[in-house]
Design a protein around this ligand. Structure first.
Ligand SMILES: OC[C@@H]1[C@@H](O)[C@H](O)[C@@H](O)c2[nH]c(CCc3ccccc3)c[n+]21
Length: 444
């Protein structure tokens, strides 16, 4: 088993709305999650990101924790509405100033910033103009990206355009469980298309001014048939197109999978097919967010992929109910290489929600999370040994934080946060990860 390259990035990941708090401070505009979390019934316990981890004010303390952890990279996202409060127009220097200081403080600790331009928190003012359903959304995003390229490309060398556009489109516009909470197959397909055009707009803009590397972070999930029955095998194949290829193909091949218009039927935006070619703006690396696999049975009523998810009775699950399945990471990484060729890859998210005990005498014993990380790093090492050009791993998440519709009821952090006092307590898994990084991932 070969080890990890010495240049390997050992990181941790977060996102703006989930950790920053102070959503309207210093001239920031509201985001769709600021609005959505205030709508009754949308978030467990009626929680919002008003405080979250108070990272907007405590970022220096958190960077000191990153230094203690020994990570050499940190993935974070920029809140679009801090930098451009109405989404497309006047800049807010104070908003940009926060990220300027954050990047400098990271570099001062020898921590490589990986910046996600968009992690679901669209400016509310743009939602009022149709949001991702408006064909202008790609240009809005390109203009915003340009601002950040100008301001930070002298220090940020790893850029991500979007975090999981599939989730933005499906949970935001089909299931309605995420902001902006709309429900419609046609809207989801249209939003997805505009998100892809926005990604391409930003990559194209970067090619004109950027000196480093840009990619995108996708939630990728291997789909397994729950039985050998033909109808289950076909359902898993359909869901593979729906969850993985719907976005990978346009981004990396410049065309939608042929099966996608069939899955969406009359709800598929016809013009999308002609414009798919615009989406293939070559990227420098792919970000893979891996958590679990899906086990699929045929479900003729399931829209649009006509497949339903099941769990094995003996499956080990995280506190999210997701099956712990490390080999799926190896298989996904190998599949990407077979299907799309040699492309540098970073695991931009991997982690587990666990029912952690409360801190006791400054310790939080979360052996399940340490074991999850270890098993997935072994799976990553397996892929490396079989030729995958894996450049880094970002644990989700540095801190317990606002877990979207679950509010603060699900904890993914390496570091425990007491949201009442904002006290941070590194968990056992943080020490495990720290020790592992110290030895460069040897003897996993
Ligand atoms: O749910 C844990 C994390 C979120 O906190 C991140 O913001 C997000 O990037 C992220 N993506 C996934 C996997 C895809 C997914 C997203 C939302 C709900 C279910 C699955 C898991 N996570």
């Amino acid at each position: 088993m070969i080890g990890f390259p010495t240049s390997f990035l050992w990181g941790a990941a977060t996102s703006a709305y989930q950790i920053e708090g102070s959503p309207l401070a210093d001239g920031a505009g509201a985001s769709i999650w600021h609005r959505f979390s205030r709508e009754p019934g949308r978030v467990v316990g009626g929680a919002t990101g008003d405080s979250a981890c108070d990272h907007y004010r405590r970022y220096r303390e958190d960077i000191a924790l990153m230094a203690w952890l020994g990570i050499n990279a940190y993935r974070f996202s920029v809140a679009w509405a801090r930098v451009v409060p109405d989404g497309n127009g006047t800049l807010n220097p104070k908003g940009l100033g926060f990220y300027d200081r954050l990047v400098d403080a990271l570099l001062a600790q020898g921590i490589e910033p990986m910046l996600t331009l968009y992690h679901w928190d669209l400016p509310a003012a743009l939602e009022d103009r149709g949001g991702w359903l408006n064909p202008d959304s790609a240009k809005w995003f390109g203009d915003y990206a340009q601002v950040l390229f100008q301001a930070l490309d002298d220090r940020v060398r790893l850029w991500l355009t979007l975090n999981e556009p599939w989730v933005s489109a499906v949970l935001g516009y089909l299931t309605g469980t995420h902001a902006p909470g709309r429900r419609g197959l046609r809207e989801a397909a249209l939003a997805a298309h505009h998100l892809l055009l926005a990604h391409a707009e930003a990559v194209t803009a970067y090619r004109a001014v950027g000196r480093h590397r840009i990619g995108i972070a996708l939630n990728l999930e291997p789909q397994y048939a729950a039985s050998a029955q033909a109808e289950d095998v076909e359902a898993a194949a359909r869901r593979h197109i729906y969850v993985n290829r719907w976005f990978l193909d346009p981004i990396l091949l410049g065309r939608y999978p042929a099966e996608i218009p069939q899955l969406f039927g009359a709800d598929w935006p016809r013009r999308a097919l002609q414009r798919a070619g615009l989406i293939r703006a070559p990227i420098d690396f792919l970000g893979v967010n891996y958590y679990s696999r899906a086990l699929v049975v045929d479900d003729p009523s399931g829209r649009p992929a006509r497949g339903r998810l099941v769990k094995r009775r003996d499956a080990q699950l995280t506190a999210m109910g997701w099956e712990i399945f490390p080999q799926g990471l190896t298989e996904m990484l190998l599949w990407i290489r077979r299907e799309y060729g040699e492309l540098p890859v970073y695991i931009t998210e991997n982690g587990a929600a666990c029912n952690d005990p409360l801190p006791e005498r400054g310790r939080v014993l979360d052996p399940g999370r340490a074991r999850f990380l270890g098993r997935h790093l072994i799976a990553a090492q397996e892929a490396l040994g079989r030729g995958v050009d894996l450049r880094g791993y970002f644990a989700w998440s540095l801190l317990d934080n606002f877990e979207w519709a679950y509010g603060y009821s699900k904890r993914f952090g390496l570091i425990h946060v007491d949201f009442a006092t904002q006290r941070r307590t590194p968990k056992m898994s943080a020490r495990f990860y720290r020790n592992l990084i110290c030895r460069g991932g040897a003897n996993l």
